[in-house]
Design a protein around this ligand. Structure first.
Ligand code: P6P
Length: 340
């Protein structure tokens, strides 16, 4: 029986296309895949290995940490810190930059991650995921600091996620399109199951947390109302709605069948001093790279996400991403009337 292309084979073939490649990037992607396989195993086992429930602490975001948030973060550190492929690591679960142990071999990359996104779903057995973003580390800096991570999303050399759902899927872009790999648990390898993924430019499916409707700005109010008016409204088509409360699951659905995902800024977030709910560096940027590489679009409603110059490591931004024509419509509604 033909095994198919493993993630490791795929990465090595990509490396062979790059003159002078050292194999370090290949090693880094493999390290991330190992961490995801370990997280997938624990997510799958859940209560059997006592990893559900609260960790009894808050993370730097002031959010209740789940046990698996902490464990997943530790697994990412374990997989990345000692193989000489990274110079430093940043994570939703850590306030500052994770510096490598004294004497550890340093690599040429910086990794940012949300080790377990959507973890509020873990106790109710709904899909969750790991999101990662890879930047080039600054040369000749042994201990990169926060400022060294604050690069716009256009500087990412790779981005991806691992979705822990009915299947465990690793989705990856290195800037040449989007590929999907499915974990074969029989022999513990991610196998290539889709490549050159494209998001349909149009859609009839939107994803937003409607419980926040009274806080939305007018452009979002207008767009969602038009979706709800369906075929009788100005958009001339009926829409379906989804909200999983797990960004990785929402983005994967959009990559698979199109759609538009919105987590806009709103008056409630603004009153709390937040520009949005989702974090730029390890949620919005990696997902924006993946979506754009699949032919979609990703904006804050007012600017392209990948072009934002970060100011803080845990900075939050509004996110509107997915099918290009729908994202452009919503973004157009944000333009001043005179320029629309
Ligand atoms: P809400 C999960 O906590 C997350 O960061 C994203 O994965 C998800 O899209 C969003 O927040 C859900 O937010 O307000 O609906 O719980």
């Amino acid at each position: 029986m033909r095994i198919g292309t493993t993630l490791t084979q795929y990465i090595i073939r990509k490396q062979q296309e790059v003159d002078g490649a050292s194999g370090e990037f290949t090693g880094l992607l493999n390290d991330i895949a190992v961490a995801c396989k370990k997280i997938a195993d624990l997510v799958n086992k859940g209560a059997l290995v006592n990893v559900l429930g609260s960790a009894g602490a808050e993370n730097v975001q002031g959010e209740q940490q789940k046990k698996l948030d902490v464990i997943s973060n530790d697994l990412m550190i374990e997989a990345l810190a000692c193989n000489g492929h990274i110079a430093a690591l940043a994570s939703e679960e850590m306030d500052g930059v994770y510096q490598l142990p004294e004497g550890a071999r340093r690599g040429r990359y910086l990794v940012l991650c949300d080790p377990l996104d959507g973890s509020s779903n873990i106790d109710v057995n709904v899909s969750v995921g790991t999101i990662f973003s890879i930047l080039k580390a600054p040369e000749d800096i042994e201990f990169p600091e926060v400022a060294d991570f604050l690069e716009p999303g256009t500087e990412q050399v790779a981005a991806g996620y691992c979705l822990y759902g009915p299947s465990t899927l690793l989705v990856l872009t290195t800037g040449e399109g989007v590929s999907m790999f499915t974990l074969d648990r029989d022999f513990g390898e991610f196998l290539l199951t889709r490549s050159r993924v494209r998001i349909p430019e149009d859609s009839q499916e939107f994803a937003i947390n409607c419980s926040n409707q009274r806080f939305w700005e007018d452009p979002v109010q207008r767009y969602i109302a038009e979706c709800q008016q369906g075929a009788d409204g100005p958009l001339g088509k009926n829409f379906n709605m989804r909200w999983v409360a797990s960004m990785v699951a929402e983005v994967h659905r959009i990559l698979t069948r199109g759609g538009v995902f919105l987590y806009p800024g709103d008056s409630k977030l603004k009153a709390a001093g937040k520009a949005g709910k989702l974090r730029l560096m390890y949620e919005a940027n990696p997902m924006a790279m993946i979506v754009e590489q699949a032919g979609g679009a990703a904006t804050t409603g007012r600017e392209r996400i990948l072009e934002i110059q970060p100011e803080e490591l845990h900075q939050r931004v509004p996110v509107i991403l997915g099918s290009r024509n729908e994202v452009e419509r919503v973004t157009g509604y944000h333009l001043p009337a005179e320029s629309a």
